[in-house]
Design a protein around this ligand. Structure first.
Ligand code: NAD
Ligand code: AKB
Length: 317
């Protein structure tokens, strides 16, 4: 086991649960402290320590980092795109201040590494729709996208100015079965599986032909750990890396589900999330992540759908 002490902030969320479990496999259960405002997720119980923590309380965060001899922080607390549009000021405050709190403490205590995820939401309507490159026109139109793009530049600033080894990935929409999604525009791609299993029909909040970049959680967790474990000189992008796996529309996802559940039906009732989705690219060019630290996804739409349905069957007993 490696001698690191890791604090995961937002560990009870969609990514946090799986990332904490994966980090505990690498570093040992007792070396990875899970923390959240919410109560400990059931899947984390008994796998390692948990502390209740509000990342906005900088003093308490600092105390925890010192008390637990933390060497690395993974900051996952944030408000996602759809929820953020309902409360833009609160979203901006949480998404920015949480990052600044962690970066300041990392600088002061000389932490070894910090992880903070960005999103494909940094891109806006003026970015290229297809194979959107790492560096291009970036004019986000959601408060979530603005906060992520600004956060990327704070990460770069703390690295360049203070030498904080903070690293970041621009995740696409993440599909998973272990924990529930937290209020994003891509959440339909998870809800659809639960609806298909439970009632064989789904009313989608995006239009049939809305193509978005997506990734299976297993790939996202592996990408995160592979990037974090790469030597520092391989990490040339100090804002945030584009990473990609697959792109599909709700109609294509429904067709794939129908190969397993032939009587599954889908209908469409687009709401305010449609315009958020339309502002984002349809696919992402991740050539730089491939070159710098060897990123390669394992799952496509067919293999992800098969795995999701198999795991939801077994978890439903
Ligand atoms: P989530 O909403 O499921 O989880 C976030 C967790 O943070 C929640 O458990 C919440 O209770 C916790 N939290 C909120 N405020 C807090 C506070 N003040 N102090 C401590 N904890 C707090 O989100 P997620 O999907 O797991 O996303 C994690 C990160 O990854 C976010 O930065 C998000 O923007 C980014 N991301 C997620 C996706 C995705 O598809 N899930 C895609 C791109 C980027
Ligand atoms: C969301 O839809 O808000 C997230 C994301 C792509 O950042 N899943």
């Amino acid at each position: 086991m490696k001698k690191e002490k890791i604090l995961v902030i937002g560990a009870s969320g969609q990514i946090g649960v799986e990332l904490t479990l994966a980090l505990r496999k690498v570093y040992g259960g007792s070396q990875v402290i899970a923390s959240d405002l919410r109560e400990e997720n059931e899947l984390l119980k008994g796998t390692g320590p948990y502390v209740s923590l509000d990342v906005m309380n900088k003093e308490m965060l600092h105390v925890q980092i010192l008390r637990q001899n933390i060497t690395q922080v993974y900051l996952l607390a944030a408000m996602l795109s759809a929820t953020a549009e309902k409360n833009p000021h609160l979203a901006w405050h949480l998404n920015m201040q949480s990052l600044l709190n962690v970066l300041d403490i990392a600088k002061e205590e000389k932490l070894k590494k910090v992880y903070w995820p960005s999103s494909i939401a940094v891109f806006g309507p003026t970015s290229p729709k297809v194979n959107c490159p790492q560096q291009t026109i970036i004019e986000p139109t959601t408060v979530y996208g603005i906060s992520k793009y600004t956060g990327e530049f704070w990460c770069n600033y703390y690295f360049q100015r203070y030498g904080v080894d903070v690293r970041s990935l621009r995740y696409p929409g993440l599909v998973s079965y272990k924990s529930s999604p937290g209020g994003g525009t891509t959440d339909y791609a998870i809800e659809i599986f639960h609806a298909a299993k439970e009632k064989k029909s789904y009313s989608c909040f995006l239009n049939a032909d809305t193509r978005l970049p997506m990734m299976y959680m297993e790939d996202a967790i592996r990408a995160t750990i592979e990037m974090m474990e790469s030597p520092a000189d391989k990490i040339r992008v100090r804002t945030s890396y584009n990473i990609a796996a697959m792109s599909f529309t709700p109609a294509e996802m429904a067709t794939e589900i129908q190969t397993h559940i032939p009587d599954f039906t889908i209908s469409y009732a687009p709401d305010y999330r449609q315009s958020i989705a339309e502002s984002w690219p349809q696919s992402i060019d991740d050539a730089i992540a491939q070159d710098d630290w060897g990123w390669k996804p394992a799952f496509n739409l067919a293999s992800m759908t098969k795995d999701m349905l198999m795991n939801l069957s077994s978890s439903q007993g």
